[in-house]
Design a protein around this ligand. Structure first.
Ligand code: FPP
Length: 244
């Protein structure tokens, strides 16, 4: 079972257009698929689920669509946070939330505060998020420490940079799922993808269900993850591990 799964929820607009509806109808329908994926992750003991809700580039969409997405985000936060809390789920928003209006920023921090000690699952919502932003942010934090004399430049390592990445403290990303048929990463979790397995499905996000999630996890469980080693080295490690 993967410990950390991330999902690029793509295909809402096409799902709506196939039904002769406005794109925003697809975003609203996508909320039910968010619920299904959280339910599945929680029931399977996945420790961390990261959903790409709004990218730094999504601001360039038509004004009306951006406004519906913001309202939806606020409404979902309000309606779901108690349920998340009851189910021992921690809500964590990653991204540059200073880009949102103050009311939404408050809703985010209230939800994070209420759920911060929950342990069963961490639900990360990537909002106004970009993978390059994440790395630049971490680089800035280290630069600040070097300039303030708190650390030496030789202490800039993969580990120290990682401590300033938005998902620090969560399990390593195991599986990245993208719905909607495209095969790209779209500036999501670039740092975290280093050794992640990718799963692409044609399913449009509003049709994503616990069954689709289960199929992705099943596919993941059949992969041999080598982390740069050879297949033989991995097999030997497995045998030694089982013998212990
Ligand atoms: C991509 O589909 C989807 C988004 C940009 C928004 C995702 C938002 C939700 C699922 C609803 C709210 C979620 C939360 C966590 C509150 P697209 O519009 O790019 O689809 P297309 O490729 O068919 O045009």
């Amino acid at each position: 079972m993967p410990q950390h799964v991330a999902i690029i929820m793509d295909g809402n607009g096409r799902w709506a257009q196939q039904r002769n509806k406005h794109r925003t109808f697809g975003h609203k329908a996508g909320v039910e698929a968010v619920r299904a994926s959280v339910r599945f992750a929680r029931s399977q003991g996945i420790k961390s689920l990261t959903l790409f809700a709004f990218s730094s580039e999504n601001w360039q969409r038509p004004k009306e669509e951006v406004s519906v997405l913001m309202d939806l985000f606020g409404m979902v936060l309000k309606s779901e946070v108690k349920k998340l809390h009851k189910n021992d789920i921690r809500l964590n928003v990653i991204g540059d939330i200073s880009g949102f209006d103050e009311k939404l920023q408050h809703k985010i921090s209230d939800a994070e505060l209420l759920t911060r000690d929950n342990k069963a699952l961490t639900l990360n919502i990537a909002a106004n998020y970009g993978g390059r932003w994440d790395i630049v942010n971490a680089a800035k934090a280290l630069t600040r420490d070097v300039l303030a004399g708190k650390m030496d430049i030789s202490e800039i390592t993969e580990q120290s940079l990682d401590t300033n990445i938005s998902t620090h403290g969560l399990p390593e990303l195991d599986l990245l799922i993208r719905t909607g048929g495209d095969h790209r990463v779209s500036n999501f979790l670039l740092w975290q993808c280093a050794y992640a397995e990718f799963y692409f499905t044609e399913t449009l996000w509003p049709d994503f269900s616990e069954q689709t999630f289960a199929a992705a996890v099943e596919d993941f469980s059949l992969r041999q993850r080598r982390f740069g080693l050879t297949g033989e080295q991995i097999m030997t490690q497995d045998v030694e591990h089982k013998a212990c």
